[in-house]
Write a protein that binds this ligand. Structure first.
Ligand code: 6PG
Length: 467
């Protein structure tokens, strides 16, 4: 029997996705550049191995596949993807399909889709980490309709399930799927950073031990904040290091890595003129975190930042409210960015579908995304913060965000993502801002011109300072 689908790249994601595909009943062929890795994988596959054909060469791999061939790549983003496509192309026939399941730059995917003929190319954002790949990821597809139609049944059978709805969708042409995955990761950065900031308040402001925080996060996970990230935060806080017996959090260095998707999201937002302050703050925080030597010198020079707070000043309810408001604002920024990209690239991204397929399987899955899906379905052109449900949450909780940010700031505890979300909110709801000063300055030094409130039909006006 020939394989229904092929998978190249047996790293963590590739192995888990392959097992998921085989488990759902699809005969599969696999290939990995290092053959030893393929043998090791076949050993791990257990009973599923009977549905998997291991190939030692790319030629054998291609021959093992039904026509038209469907090949999922799970190789590192960038040059390795182009190299793999180049190696495959001479072995494929017109109408065969290559699906790139890595975290590729959406512009690369745009180019690969455009250059693919006579074969087809599809960019597939896959979220959910190793466990998600094995048990059901959330998948964001971009590329030609015909490409998606070729793999929709397989993708729907392996995707996470939310109330009977598979968490996979064709979101647009070209690089649209990878674009949405990039923004997913940007939002993931902001969500994680805000949780880390509240962890800092609990640890440095209230002097709590990690195990004392675990039940707080666990309680929050029962309410509006119910989400995978809060759930794992509670578990992380409760975990001890098997070597030393200390809390795991206390032995992990505070230097965060990043593969780049968060930074890409920020750069893209800047280019489109879309405000994305919560993600910007999160990327900045990761960058600063890696500057350990500088932070040590500055602490020696200026003294440590955080000072403790009176225990009753900062309540659990206040911090929960801050996270709720911060989260609504960060996600609203992310959805606005996707709306801007959809217009700018002419992608017609179905935003309610994006929220729907993020409800399960992906790293940012949460109860709130279900409400976002409903709010966007009702009016997908309306900003999320204006949707009645989210406007209500913000009205109820922005005070808590303000109190939390004020207390943190007064005590030298850095909360860059929460405070940037608050500043965004305050700017958004102020009709008379301060950019009149910027316009005056620009006109003063460069005669850049401004508009007047009392003469709305005229532009390019100047002040009496031009001399
Ligand atoms: C997911 C994750 C996953 C991953 C990224 C971001 O949705 O499953 O977003 O794609 O964690 O690689 O990683 P960095 O934090 O290293 O940028």
């Amino acid at each position: 029997e020939q394989a229904e689908i092929g998978l190249i790249g047996l790293g963590t994601m590739g192995r888990n996705l392959a097992l998921n595909i085989a488990e759902k009943g699809h005969p599969l062929a696999v290939f990995n550049r290092t053959v030893a890795r393929t043998e090791e994988f076949m050993g791990e596959a257990g009973a599923l191995a009977r549905r998997i054909t291991p190939a030692e060469t790319l030629e054998d791999f291609v021959v093992a596949l039904q026509s038209p061939r469907r090949i999922i790549l799970l190789v590192p983003a960038g040059q390795p993807v182009d190299d793999q496509i180049e190696a495959l192309k001479p072995l494929l026939d017109a109408g065969d399909l290559i699906i790139d399941g890595g975290n590729s730059d959406w512009r690369d995917t745009n180019r690969r889709v455009a250059d693919a003929a006579p074969i087809l190319h599809m960019g597939l954002g896959v979220s959910g980490g190793a466990k998600g790949a094995r048990e059901g990821p959330s998948m964001m597809a971009g590329g030609p309709d015909a490409a998606y139609a070729m793999v929709a049944p397989v993708l729907e059978s392996i995707a996470a399930d939310f109330d009977g709805v598979p968490c996979v969708a064709h979101l647009g042409p070209g690089g649209a799927g990878h674009y949405i995955k990039m923004v997913h990761n940007g939002i993931e950065y902001a969500d994680m950073q805000m949780i880390a900031e509240v962890y800092g308040l609990l640890r440095d402001g209230l002097g709590m031990a990690a195990h004392e925080m675990a039940p707080i996060f666990a309680r929050w996970n029962e309410g509006v904040l119910q989400s995978y990230l809060i759930e794992i935060t509670a578990k992380i806080a409760a975990t001890a290091d098997p070597d030393t017996g200390q809390p795991m959090l206390d032995v992990i260095a505070d230097r965060a890595g990043q593969k780049g998707t968060g930074r890409w999201t920020v750069m893209d937002a800047q280019e489109r003129g879309a405000p994305l302050p919560a993600v910007e703050a999160a990327v900045m925080a990761r960058v600063l975190s890696s500057r350990y030597e500088d932070r040590a010198s500055a602490e020696a020079l200026f003294g440590a930042g955080p000072t403790s707070l009176p225990r009753d000043a900062l309540t659990e309810t206040m911090m929960e409210g801050a996270l709720i408001a911060g989260k609504v604002l960060a996600y609203a920024q992310g959805f606005e960015l996707m709306a801007a990209a959809s217009d700018g690239e002419d992608w017609a991204i179905p935003l309610p579908r994006v929220a729907e397929i993020w409800r399960a399987g992906c790293i940012i899955r949460s109860a709130m995304l279900d409400d976002m899906a409903s709010a966007l379905a009702e009016a997908s052109d309306r900003a999320l913060i204006m949707a009645p449900h989210f406007a209500g949450l913000l009205a109820r909780h922005h005070g808590a965000l303000r109190q939390t940010v004020s207390l943190a700031t007064a005590h030298g505890i850095a909360v860059p993502a929460l405070s940037s979300a608050l500043n965004f909110f305050d700017m958004m709801r102020t009709v008379r801002g301060t950019a009149n000063m910027l316009q005056a300055q620009r006109d003063f030094f460069g005669q850049h011109g401004f508009e007047r409130l009392d003469r709305p039909d005229e532009s390019g006006l100047h002040g009496p300072w031009a001399g």
